[in-house]
Design a protein around this ligand. Structure first.
Ligand SMILES: [Mn+2]
Length: 332
């Protein structure tokens, strides 16, 4: 666990600052919810900009403040100039600088004061201060603590953004790292009269038709490794093209095989131009973070991780997965 020096930060924020909030590539609900919550709090007294590396799914574009989010890939010059003029940069929901993808160089060469707020394991040391706890289910929960410790008042917009971060990163409160404290924070957020039914509807009931077509295709590929209690599903580049794939369409696919009795490890492979990306989910003790790190150039959390294989065909990636699975049989 890493803690920040709150009195230093309070002092630093006692004068008007140019602040950047950034997060990881292809931001998810936690990344955006945390960033927007912090924006709403800080914008009263500071110049604040959120810059995210690239675009994100339509079901995250309804949150209050969404129109103020700058997408780096589409506004590189303006973003670079804002970053160069900044005094303080918040790095939210990531702990390795490569996760910002195309923003790596500008952030790496920049001397602004940096504060990381994150919940992934093993933070790198590119920030001046780190608030990190990998046992916490979402960055949004850490943002809540951060704001309370700095005596900030919340409002409905801030609470809506934090709720979104928590509900998406906890799988609607079902993951094992959900705690009493998670629900206490949710209870505190509900004091602001947030419309949780509306939030769930925006996030989970506003899907594209392409998503359903891709789900149908992915389920057709379901392969069970019964001895290893493992399921694999995949989509090829051709599948994406045929269904008119849009960013975010396959969100959550990897979780579906876990609903099967006796399946505790699920892998989902998806073929993009630059390689095959994989998502891993597990239930219980099987550590997909270790698995992803060791075999798939990736990592994440114990029960949720990702990886990538560059320059491989899908059929070879599946064969490779099946081979490494054998060596893990005893641990699953
Ligand atoms: Mn997160």
């Amino acid at each position: 666990m890493f803690r920040v020096d709150y009195s230093f930060i309070q002092n630093f924020l006692s004068q008007k600052r140019n602040i950047i909030i950034t997060t990881h590539k292809t931001p998810d609900g936690d990344a955006l919810g945390s960033s927007l919550a912090l924006l709403h709090v800080l914008k009263t007294n500071h110049n604040v900009n959120i810059i995210v590396p690239n675009d994100y799914p339509h079901y995250l574009k309804w949150m209050p403040g969404n129109d103020d989010v700058l997408i780096y890939e589409e506004n590189e010059e303006q973003s670079d100039s804002l970053i160069n003029q900044s005094d303080l940069i918040f790095c939210l929901d990531f702990n390795k600088l490569y996760r910002v993808d195309t923003m790596f160089n500008i952030l790496n060469n920049n001397n602004s004061y940096k504060i990381m707020i994150d919940h992934h394991q093993d933070p790198d040391s590119f920030c001046d201060q780190i608030l990190s706890d990998s046992s916490v289910a979402s960055t949004a929960e850490l943002i809540y603590d951060f704001l309370i410790n700095l005596d900030y008042c919340l409002d409905k917009d801030i609470a809506t953004c934090l709720y979104t971060g928590i509900v998406t990163d906890t799988g609607s409160f079902k993951y094992p790292n959900v705690t009493k404290k998670t629900h206490e924070i949710i209870s505190a957020l509900l004091h602001f009269n947030i419309d949780h039914s509306f939030i769930h509807q925006q996030l989970f009931d506003s899907q594209n038709q392409s998503r359903l077509l891709l789900l149908k295709r992915a389920l057709e590929t379901l392969k069970l490794f019964k001895h290893q209690k493992t399921a694999l599903t995949f989509l090829t580049a051709e599948d994406l093209l045929n269904a008119d794939y849009k960013k975010g369409d396959t969100e959550g696919f990897v979780n579906m095989p876990l609903s099967l009795n006796d399946i505790i490890f699920s892998a989902f492979f998806i073929e993009f131009k630059d390689g095959i990306k994989m998502s891993f989910r597990s239930q219980g003790d099987f550590d997909v973070n270790v698995f992803a790190k060791k075999y798939f150039n990736g990592g994440g959390h114990k029960n949720a991780a990702g990886g990538v294989l560059m320059g491989k065909k899908m059929v070879d990636a599946i064969q490779y997965f099946s081979d490494v699975l054998d060596s893990f049989s005893n641990d699953i």
